[in-house]
Design a protein around this ligand. Structure first.
Ligand code: ADP
Ligand code: MG
Length: 364
């Protein structure tokens, strides 16, 4: 079995703890994305799995065996680094087969694996090219080939596409998913890009300050973020988060009191305030006179299929509203009302930022 299990894994550099108590499992054959901002500990976590960094506390198990002290070469891992780490004086072919020659594989097997990888990544015909003559995208694909030919049960990728332009990235993403569907290795893909995470991951592990915030399928991360950090990291623009007061049976945003349905009154009982989270696409614009919540449009962005509007509410809160199909174009300076359904709202604790999961309690 080729799973990876973290048991309270922590990592410190000196007295600075950069990874805190990771405790989760990556299942055999699964494609998991580590997502988080720069410096949150993604690379460090990957490097601990690969054996390039010591584990300060806890236990890391691969395939049922504790690997805390196992040498990197024994872990049967293929890894792709953001920096490519190719041999600059070798050509494409030599780079790809280097590791296999060290392993003393049969020449026929080496050729078979290399040809297969070159075809997967559309690099046929590049075999004799010196690496230094390649573009960034081509180097990246050579680095991927070199990892793929190892046929390892574990495949670790650290921001492998970050040096590519947008179009190449999309194609490379599709290639990677296709390769994974074919070889079913246990794959971890590191990125700070939420779109990449949503499209590549079967599950996404969101990291922040060395701590796991949430691990779930992409749609769950999007629909039901575990806390305000995850809510504000996923989505473009991210989920709107507005602090509101609770009074009797009403939610008060700014000066506007909105009566709550009974199930929310019950679920939020005893609280005086709460953070309300609403995705921009779940807010509808109305003529000003028809709505309780009103605001003024500060700026708009139109991408053809989507209009994104930044609305300043009268009390100073700011909200993004997004609508597909620009039926009623709004321009800066326009006044508008908004509405949203309680089913689309998420509620977070004002002190901890944790999702109160109230929409799961009682009927919707
Ligand atoms: P990410 O890959 O998510 O951008 P890293 O894993 O590279 O983040 O870094 C996590 C934290 O650990 C950062 O605060 C970084 O400064 C720190 N760090 C990484 N490597 C070292 C090191 N060798 N010595 C000290 N601190 C380090
Ligand atoms: Mg990194």
């Amino acid at each position: 079995m080729h799973n990876i299990v973290f048991h309270n894994v922590s990592k410190s550099y000196g007295n600075k703890e950069v990874i805190k108590q990771l405790d989760f499992e990556i299942r055999e054959g699964e494609r998991v994305v580590f997502l988080g901002p720069s410096g949150c500990g993604k690379s460090t976590t990957l490097r601990m799995i690969a054996g390039f960094e010591d584990i300060t506390a806890g236990e890391l198990r691969m395939g049922g065996t504790c690997i805390n002290a196992m040498a990197p070469g024994k872990r049967n891992i293929a890894m792709v680094f953001q920096s490519y780490a190719l041999f600059p004086h070798m050509n494409v072919w030599e780079n790809i087969v280097f590791g296999l020659k060290i392993q003393k594989l049969e020449p026929s097997e080496i050729k078979k694996r290399a040809d297969e990888a070159l075809a997967m990544l559309h690099l046929e015909g590049f075999e004799q090219r010196p690496v230094r003559s390649l573009s960034g995208g081509q180097k990246q694909r050579v680095a991927l080939c070199r990892a793929i030919v190892k046929h390892s049960p574990y495949f670790l990728l650290d921001e492998p596409l970050s040096n590519l332009d947008a179009q190449l990235r999309q194609r490379a993403r599709q290639d990677l998913v296709r390769i994974h569907e074919a070889n079913r290795s246990t794959m971890i893909y590191v990125t700070h890009d939420q779109v990449e995470a949503m499209t590549v991951g079967q599950r996404i592990a969101v990291l922040h300050n060395g701590m796991l915030q949430q691990i779930a399928v992409p749609q769950e991360i999007y629909d039901n973020p575990a806390n305000t950090f995850v809510a504000s990291f996923i989505g473009s623009p991210a989920m709107n988060l507005v602090t509101a007061k609770l009074d009797g049976g009403s939610l008060i945003m700014g000066n506007t009191a909105m009566p709550l349905p009974q199930r929310l009154i019950a679920a939020l009982a005893g609280r005086s305030d709460v953070i309300v989270g609403i995705r921009p696409e779940n807010i509808r614009l109305l003529p000003e006179e028809q709505a309780g919540l009103k605001g003024c449009c500060q700026y708009t962005e139109n991408t053809g299929n989507l209009q994104t509007i930044l609305l300043h509410l009268a009390d100073g809160d700011k909200l993004f509203v997004q609508s597909s199909g620009v039926r009623r174009a709004v321009i800066a300076g326009d006044h508008a009302g908004i509405e949203f359904s309680w089913e689309a709202a998420r509620f977070f604790d004002t002190a901890t930022g944790c999702n109160l999961q109230v929409h799961k309690k009682g009927e919707m």
